[in-house]
Design a protein around this ligand. Structure first.
Ligand code: HEC
Length: 183
């Protein structure tokens, strides 16, 4: 009897722990596996200039280097002025480039920055930091931005809307944009 009860508990426990779809990885902060923009599937699903907002799909999109099409890159790889680990190169999508050219200081939904992280090298991309504007207004805590950072390109080390570790520092920028690159 005892054994059966134990087995039952293990089975229930196992179900609870392992059967949750999209269970968060160990060190992911602020995980939201539901699409950040469920109300906006058309804009976010159809425009190839905007990465998918779900974590795994975004990582796959980065691995395929889809941002190389239609994005505008900083002229060269350079050392980060922030805590972004060594050398970096940032890419802006066309929505952000248009907003900046038009002098807008509040960017439109879909505005995206992709930052390649090179760490010590200048020729091998090791990770990425990404910001996607998912709401018209960023709000006081930056919830209008989805943040993702991966240090190995395969696992999201940080992922979520308005997560404090990113938003607190980025709030000093123009609608959370800190890079001074203006294409
Ligand atoms: C302590 C400050 C600080 C923190 C924390 C920080 N960043 Fe940044 N970030 C910067 C600075 C400064 C830049 C621009 C210059 C550079 O990269 O050297 C930048 C640039 C970026 C860019 C390119 C677009 C832009 O705004 O310039 C992205 C994307 C980005 N960060 C994502 C993130 C994510 C995701 C997190 C959280 C995991 C994060 N950052 C945390 C300081 C910070």
């Amino acid at each position: 009897m005892r054994r059966r009860v134990g087995g039952l508990i293990a089975a229930v426990f196992g179900l609870a722990v392992f059967a949750v779809p999209g269970a968060p990885e160990a060190n992911v902060l602020g995980v939201e596996d539901a699409p950040a923009v469920a109300d906006d599937v058309e804009l976010f699903g159809a425009d190839p200039n905007i990465p998918p907002t779900k974590r795994k799909a975004m990582l796959a999109w980065l691995a395929e280097k889809r941002y190389l099409e239609g994005y505008t890159a900083e002229p060269a790889v350079h050392p980060s002025e922030g805590p972004h680990g060594g050398n970096v190169r940032t890419f802006f999508n066309s929505i952000l480039v248009e907003d900046l050219s038009a002098g807008r200081t509040t960017f439109r939904k879909g505005a995206t920055m992709v930052k390649e992280l090179y760490f010590g090298s200048t020729d091998t991309v090791r990770g990425y930091a990404v910001m996607v504007k998912v709401k018209k207004n960023a709000g006081s805590t930056g919830k209008g931005w989805l943040y993702m950072e991966t240090f190995n390109g395969t696992q999201a080390d940080f992922y979520g809307r308005g997560i404090g570790i990113c938003a607190d520092c980025h709030s000093a920028g123009t609608d959370y944009l800190l890079s001074e690159f203006r294409p």
